[in-house]
Design a protein around this ligand. Structure first.
Ligand code: C5P
Length: 235
């Protein structure tokens, strides 16, 4: 049994607390939602509870397939116990279908499937709006080592395969998602969360959006979409 100690950090969607074990931390998932680098703010009822459940499920599925992550266990409705990571300041996006910023940048219509997954790196810097970078920038700024980037690339593509297969059998298309990684005792682990806040999920048949784009684009039925993802992936 771990005890929750003082808050260490509060982000846009999560709070992080220390525990009496120096190696373990508690993530508390909030209902607050932001988009466009904090310009749009709101609340999605029970989002914290749903994202905790959904992330837990994904981390467990990934763990079964040998993907190492910071996940230890879900403690209660909103709290997850995780291992402490030295966060690598690179956000990794994997895309299977054209959407969002890539559609804009390349002038492509949303919904076109790629022949092979697209992997992108973004510099994790809120003050700069998380700019797109490549490996040369990562190495020149020493954000990660070549070995770490090789490991991260391998893990991100494997995670994509595992999640795509898992979701497809539940009627969900994995359009794209963002991952974060960190180092724990010298080893690269998957960190952060995997939820409708950080992924694009479309209904496989109707292509209805079941993720944060409903909030970003004022499409309504936001809570319902998050609950629908949980309904389809549980058990
Ligand atoms: O906006 P963009 O199309 O680049 O987003 C790609 C994917 O990464 C989406 O699933 C989005 O939810 C996720 N993302 C994220 N956090 C960011 C940027 C993107 O979770 N800061």
């Amino acid at each position: 049994m771990v005890d929750r100690l003082e808050q260490m950090y509060e982000g846009k969607a999560k709070k992080v607390y220390r525990t009496n074990d120096p190696d373990l931390f508690i993530i508390d998932f909030k209902d607050d939602a932001t988009a466009f680098n904090g310009l749009k703010k709101g609340t999605i009822e029970d989002k914290g509870v749903l994202n905790n459940l959904i992330s837990t499920r994904f981390f467990e599925v990934l763990q079964e397939k040998g993907i190492p992550s910071h996940f230890v266990e879900r403690l209660n409705d909103r709290e997850m116990l995780v291992k402490g990571l030295e966060i690598i300041p690179v956000e990794v996006v994997v895309r299977n279908v054209v959407a969002g910023s890539l559609a804009k940048r390349l002038g492509l219509e949303e919904g076109i499937s790629f022949a092979s997954p697209v992997l992108e790196f973004y510099y994790k810097r809120d003050d700069l709006g998380d700019p797109l970078i490549n490996e040369y920038v990562v190495f020149a700024l020493k954000l990660a080592t070549p070995e770490q980037i090789a490991e991260i690339t391998d893990l991100a593509l494997k995670i994509n395969q595992v999640l795509q297969e898992f979701l497809q059998s539940r009627g969900i298309e994995l359009v794209d998602f963002k991952l974060e990684f960190g180092v724990h005792q010298g080893k690269v682990l998957l960190g952060d969360e995997i939820s409708p806040d950080t992924c694009r999920f479309w209904d496989l048949e109707t292509r209805e959006k079941l993720d944060k784009d409903r909030f970003r684009r004022d499409l309504g039925q936001v809570e319902e979409a998050y609950a629908e993802i949980w309904r389809r992936i549980q058990g």
